[in-house]
Structure formats: C-alpha cells, structure tokens
Ligand binder design. Structure first.
Ligand code: UFG
Length: 337
C-alpha cells in the first residue's frame, strides 16, 4: 500500500515539484501550505500533471493540534518540511518573523511527529551554511561558517535542532543542503512564481527576456573567477525534487531507531553568471540586455557541490543539464508573456 507523506510548503517552488516526484514514485503526498508565498493555482497545475487532486490544507503549519490531527487522519508515514520564509534581504529587516516562522514551525512539527510516533523527517537546508568556502567544491565535511544572514542562520539552527533531537528521541532525519534550484516542470504547469521583483538570477533573466524587466544587472564583474562573475551550482528543480524521494526512501531503510545526516544536493558543476546568461541567450535565440553593476552585499564568490556522498548513499544524481533547466524556465516564463 502506498505511504502517505506530509509535505509542508508543498505549494512552493521546490515543494510542488517534490509533490510530483513523490506521486510519480508511488507515494501519496498531502500538502499543508498557508499560501503566504505561493499561489493556489499550483494545485490546478499539479492536477493537470498528475491527473488527480492532491489533498491540501491551506493552513500555517505552526499549529501543533492541527499537525497532529493531519498526521493521525492521514496515517502519515513521513514528513518533508519545506515551509519557510526564504528572502535573504527581508530576513535582515524582519529577523523575529524569520526566527518565529522558520524555527517555530520546525519545533512544532517535530513535536507533533514525536507525539504521533512518526519518525522520518526530511528538512530543507541550504548551501548557505558553507558561507564563502575556501576551496570549492564543498563536501558535507566542509566546515559550516557563521551565517551571514538571518535566513541562513535559521537553516543552520534548524539543522542543529534536528541533530540535537535525534540524539535524544526516536527520529530519523536528513538535512538536504540545496545549491541553486532553477528550471520548472517540463510541462510548464508548475514553476517558480516570484512575488514582485525577483531576487534570484534565473527568474530575473527570464523576466528580462520576456520584456517585463528592462535589463539584468549582473552583481559584480571583478571577482577572482575566470570571467569576473560569481560561480554557483545550478540544479534542475526536478532533479532536486527526485533527491527528496531518494532521501525519504533512504530514511525508511534505516534499521536503527535514530538516524541523522546531511547531504549536498547540487549538480557538482560550477557556472558563472555570465556563462548562464550566454547559455540562456542560445535558448531564447536573442541577446539578453544586461549591464555589469556593483557587487551585491553578502554574495559568495564561488561555491559548488561535491555530490559523491549523495550519489553513494542515496543512489541519486542529477539527470538534467543546465541547458534543460533554462529551457524549462523559459517555457514556464512564456506562459506569462
Ligand atoms: N545575480 C545577479 N543579478 C541578479 C540576481 C542574481 O547578478 O539580478 C547573481 C548573484 O550575484 C549570484 C548569482 O546571480 O552570483 C545567483 O544569485 P541568486 O540570488 O539566484 O542565488 P544566491 O546564490 O545568491 O542565493 C542562493 C539561494 C538563497 C540562499 C542563498 C544563500 O537562492 O535561497 O543562496 O547564499 F539564501
């Protein structure tokens, strides 16, 4: 019989793609999402891809009794926790809102899981925990550096909370450290829906190509990299989604009552901002208007993942190229003009 998986933040960018990957792997995903940074139209997109409705609670997941009753009513076997605020700049202006939302919901969720005897948890962490690494690629043993943003700190503290609970209670948990998720489902039924002016590179690029923004500003052209622009590890969001399924299955395979580990989720390849822009131009078949501007405060110079551990233990690796991700992101953007 297929297992029911609770997906908090399941209407968000990574959450919605993971719902697809879960359903396609024979799991029954159940979403809880307060739609504070996502759109109800995502549910229609999921229905069009999967041919059925996915149960969804339009609620804040920081509610102990509600979580307990959802876990009980749906006989949940595992939880993937995406629900969180994620804007770096905003986190510096509203630190309490970030700590309350991101950490409060994590604590409430684990409390509810333990109360209901649910032991398997997958947590959304970030490569931001590595800060500005000395020698990329980074492995999971690369030292975690002091966070440079409140958002980043919520991810670091989140990992620590889970690790500490695993030392004391029967919990099998995995923190997944995401590099830069990009792209969309190839059907263009779901994708990234940034509110207002995008902070992230790829939505800014696609909106510029669509004529919604005048030009892209590349933040810094004088970094010590091959072409002077920052280097990141861009990963197709469907590859990232599939990694969650692999991690969940791996957690179910653990025989001991307690398990905790961290995994990098990236492509293992670094690309500069300019490389990405030029790849995108080939796909859209037109030049992208851009200028080189000043550096953005807090930006890491170069980071990409060593993904050996994810490959070996989770049996997962990326299957899609950056080109495919940009093509899917562009197809998704073109739905909106
Ligand atoms: N960039 C531009 N112009 C833009 C937007 C981005 O040049 O308009 C550059 C950035 O300087 C960076 C690269 O594109 O070099 C990628 O930037 P993103 O904002 O897309 O991604 P980041 O690597 O900065 O952010 C990622 C995650 C965040 C996380 C952050 C922490 O998306 O969730 O890492 O380091 F908080």
């Amino acid at each position: 019989m297929s297992q029911n998986i609770l997906v908090t933040g399941g209407a968000g960018f990574i959450g919605s793609h993971t719902v697809v990957a879960l359903a396609e792997s024979g799991f029954n995903p159940i979403i809880i999402d307060d739609f504070s940074n996502s759109e109800p139209s995502v549910l229609a997109g999921l229905r069009n891809i999967l041919g059925r409705d996915i149960p969804c609670y339009a609620q804040d997941c920081n509610q102990f009794s509600l979580l307990r009753s959802i876990i009980r009513d749906h006989q949940i076997s595992g939880v993937i926790h995406f629900a969180a605020f994620k804007a770096v700049g905003e986190s510096m202006e509203e630190p309490l809102a970030y700590y309350r939302n991101n950490l409060g919901s994590l604590i409430t969720l684990i409390d509810a899981m333990l109360a209901e005897g649910i032991t398997n948890l997958i947590f959304s962490s970030s490569c931001t925990v590595y800060g500005n690494p000395d020698n990329p690629p980074v492995t999971e043993l690369t030292p975690v550096k002091p966070a440079t943003s409140v958002y980043g700190n919520t991810k670091q503290i989140g990992e620590e909370i889970i690790r500490d609970v695993c030392a004391a209670k029967p919990l099998k948990a995995i923190s997944l450290r995401y590099f830069n998720p990009v792209g969309a489902h190839p059907s263009a039924e779901i994708g990234e829906l940034p509110r207002g002016i995008p902070n992230n590179l790829v939505p800014y690029v696609t909106q510029t190509a669509a004529g919604l923004r005048k030009q892209l500003t590349i933040f810094g052209g004088d970094y010590p990299t091959t072409d002077g622009t920052c280097i990141r590890d861009y990963i197709h969001v469907m590859d990232l989604a599939e990694a969650h399924v692999a991690a969940l299955q791996f957690s179910f395979q653990q025989k001991e009552s307690v398990y905790y580990d961290t995994f990098n989720l990236g492509s293992g390849q670094g690309n500069s901002v300019l490389e990405l822009v030029h790849q995108f131009e080939k796909i859209s078949k037109k030049p992208l208007p851009y200028q080189i501007g000043p550096r953005r405060e807090g930006d890491v110079v170069a980071v990409w993942a060593d993904v050996q551990k994810s490959k070996e233990l989770l049996g997962w690796s990326t299957r899609r190229s950056l080109e495919e991700a940009l093509r899917d992101a562009w197809r998704w953007q073109q739905k909106f003009g």
